[in-house]
Design a protein around this ligand. Structure first.
Ligand SMILES: [Zn+2]
Length: 319
């Protein structure tokens, strides 16, 4: 079942941008922004001057229709083509990955469950990736996701692989059941845009503005307006992901980017075990309703850094 997409190509050579909405079916701001831009391109208000752009307004159609995050599997984890698809989302992988195989740049648009504003989940695989992220004009950028989430085993690298990780990945993918090794020869740069809490009224406007800034940064559209940043961004380096392992609760109504001190109690399990901050830092996306029976992510712990992440060509897969 092919995923619906809209492709716009200039006659001038240039980068290939892929913009995705509704990887999670209940996060519809990306879809709304993409549909607005498609209308503007088709009516001639916006012209793609260089390269090409692929819009995927609804990456997970059944989840979108049901207004749920996913139907059977989080489409933003374990994302790679599978020769024996089992879940509904497994059947979407091949099509979605084929689009990402051709992406030079990815913008994947989401919203989230906790009170808070827009931020980007960024990678640090190259200066081009960092420059792209900063050009999108967001205030907060969270990085180090892969390092915090996965450990050194190859299987975990693929377990934690979402759209951005798949786009950046270069090298072998999990072997097919007959032993065939698939090799991904090209990597792109990628960002996950989190527009804000699911119900924030300005999510779609933020998504639209960010897509426009991506197109300007890549030289794909022209703009007379000044889109330069007025203040420097804040970077948050992810340290640890905390999985909810058994019944428990937060000790207060945490919000995204709330600060905590070393040793401060963040949550208490019903058996009395306390979950404390490992050092001074910030909570990233605390989720009070995380389901322990599904071993869902409860919160992430991060540290603020003043400067952009260091330039490094080292791939997380070499860890
Ligand atoms: Zn999402």
């Amino acid at each position: 079942m092919p995923i619906k997409k809209n492709v716009y190509q200039s006659t001038r050579k240039g980068p290939h941008l892929v913009v995705i909405g509704a990887i999670h079916g209940n996060e519809k701001c990306g879809t709304q922004a993409i549909e607005k831009i498609i209308t503007e391109i088709e009516s001639g208000q916006i012209t793609i001057d260089k390269g090409s752009v692929t819009f995927i307004p609804i990456a997970n159609p059944q989840a979108y229709d049901k207004h749920v995050r996913f139907v059977e599997r989080n489409l933003n984890r374990c994302l790679y083509p599978k020769d024996k698809p089992v879940s509904y989302e497994d059947h979407l992988d091949t099509d979605l990955c084929a689009e990402l195989d051709n992406a030079d740049i990815l913008l994947d648009i989401h919203s989230y469950h906790t009170n808070g504003g827009a931020f980007g989940f960024i990678g640090t695989t190259s200066q081009a990736e960092i420059d792209y992220a900063i050009a999108l004009g967001l205030k907060h950028y969270v990085y180090g996701w892969s390092e915090a989430f996965s450990n050194d085993t190859p299987s975990n690298i693929f377990d934690s692989m979402g759209t951005t990780e798949y786009t950046r990945h270069i090298g072998n993918l999990p072997a097919l059941s007959d032993g065939t090794i698939t090799h991904k020869g090209k990597g792109g740069i990628a960002i996950t845009l989190e527009c804000g809490q699911h119900d924030n009224p300005d999510n779609a406007a933020i998504a639209y503005d960010t897509i426009i800034k991506a197109l300007i940064h890549l030289g794909m559209i022209k703009s007379d307006e000044d889109h330069n940043r007025t203040e420097p961004p804040i970077f948050i380096q992810m340290q640890t992901v905390f999985i909810k392992e058994k019944p428990g609760r937060f000790v207060q109504d945490w919000g995204h980017c709330d600060t905590v001190q070393k040793g401060q109690t963040i949550a208490i399990y019903d058996d009395g075990e306390e979950v404390r901050a490992p050092e001074d830092g910030l909570l990233v996306l605390p989720y009070a309703r995380s389901d322990h029976s599904k071993r869902e992510e409860w919160f992430y712990f991060g540290k603020q850094t003043d400067s952009p992440p260091p330039k490094t060509q080292q791939s997380r897969n070499k860890k």
